[in-house]
Design a protein around this ligand. Structure first.
Ligand SMILES: Cc1ncc(COP(=O)(O)O)c(C=O)c1O
Length: 387
């Protein structure tokens, strides 16, 4: 079967030397990153300090718009930061916990860094309510909805769960949160680039994530979308001169907030990471997330079928509508199997209470999926399985 997305394979050198099935963790590096980082060095070298006014200062806003186009966000609504945790900190700095409405509601399948951050806000007066999962795969939506009440300020949740690839019922969560006056922070890290995200259709208040996984953009860039009507009313206290209406006036005293996206930024931007991120973001825009999603649903089904044939436990939803780009397989001795797969250049990862995460992306062939599963089969047949 011909697969038009495979024409992008040559853009990713690491595909020549490994079975790269780990785009849920770090997407493969586009070849064009070499040129992009060289361009950065050339501009720094030849233009020196003039580089700031010739593109560097606006770069986070411009790349924010490019990432925003993947999120279906309006222009000017996405600011860039170092990572998701920093984006959550920007949001928290807009919020006051001193009133009765000071409850943070999320589930225990949230990404731990996000939990650690909000847990730490208890010291500022936040009350944190964590809804438990029953099966480590799905979030009990009704239980989450029931926990969102008139005292809830914020609902910071993952769009796609990192441990299981379960896709949350975002519309139901937004509907309940807004009905009682709470705001939703959607962490779309495990979705953006493989599962369609439409922040306007979802009507979420905030959307955050990073570029290093499914967007193939490397470490160092997290994005923060803020719903424009809300953004105008927010004044982050984690702020700095990039957020000032006139930063080069060097005015003393309190910040005079600029419009979005600069409003949500703070100090000097992470320019090298922005250069590294651009090629991946452009390739994903070129391929199209709808095309990636169609292929991903087919290849994740293939992984599930192969796991079933071997009788291995699948810790990922079987419903393709509820399943993201990863399939988590908990075969016997899964942690040791993962180590051996890595030794054989089958790149995957392993997570506790989950298993081995296989994450094919648009550049993977079906043959690579068969190769990865055959390697597991061989590893398991070579060692005794404890009962
Ligand atoms: C859903 C989700 N959120 C957040 C993160 C990482 O957060 P940060 O960018 O703060 O390191 C990950 C990383 O694996 C993730 O899967």
């Amino acid at each position: 079967m011909s697969d038009p997305l495979l024409r992008y394979r040559s853009e990713f050198p690491i595909l020549e030397t490994s079975t790269y099935m780990i785009s849920n963790s770090l997407g493969a590096m586009p070849r064009a990153v070499y040129d992009s980082l060289k361009l950065y060095a050339d501009i720094w070298n030849t233009r020196g300090v003039r580089a700031w006014e010739e593109g560097w200062w606006d770069m986070a806003a411009n790349l924010g718009d490019e990432i925003g186009s993947i999120l279906h966000a309006p222009k000017g609504s996405v600011s860039l930061h170092q990572n998701v945790t920093t984006c959550e900190a920007v949001i928290a700095s807009c919020i006051d916990f001193s009133g009765k409405r000071n409850k943070i509601v999320y589930d225990d399948l949230n990404f731990p860094s996000v939990m650690y951050f909000w847990e730490a806000q208890r010291a500022r007066g936040a009350r944190v309510h964590m809804v438990p999962t029953d099966d480590n795969i799905t979030v009990p939506t009704q239980r989450l909805l029931d926990a969102i009440d008139e005292e809830t300020l914020l609902v910071p949740i993952s769009h796609v769960i990192f441990r299981s690839s379960y896709i949350q019922d975002v519309p139901a969560i937004v509907e309940k949160a807004h009905r009682v006056g709470a705001l939703v922070v959607l962490d779309s890290f495990q979705a953006t680039g493989t599962v369609p995200v439409d922040v306007q259709q979802f009507n979420v208040d905030f959307c955050t994530g990073g570029v290093l996984k499914w967007l193939c953009g490397g470490p160092g860039v997290g994005y923060l979308y803020v719903r424009p009507e809300l953004a105008r009313r927010l004044e982050p206290r984690f702020t700095g001169w990039m957020a000032h209406q006139n930063p080069f006036a060097f005015e003393v005293g309190p910040n005079k907030y600029a419009a979005s996206p600069f409003r949500f930024m703070n100090g000097t931007p992470h320019v090298p990471s922005l250069y590294a991120a651009r090629p991946g973001v452009n390739i994903i825009r070129d391929v199209g997330v709808e095309n990636i999603r169609a292929k991903s649903q087919r290849q994740t089904q293939l992984l599930i079928d192969l796991a079933d044939q071997h009788g291995w436990r699948v810790n990922t939803p079987r419903d393709p509508q509820r399943r993201g780009g990863t399939v988590v397989i908990d075969m016997p001795n899964s942690k040791e199997v993962a180590q051996e797969l890595l030794r054989r250049d089958v790149l995957i990862d392993w997570r506790p209470k989950a298993g081995v995460r296989f994450s094919p992306h648009f550049y993977n062939t079906d043959q690579e999926i068969h190769t990865a599963i055959a390697a597991v089969e061989e590893i398991l047949s070579a060692r005794p399985v404890p009962r």
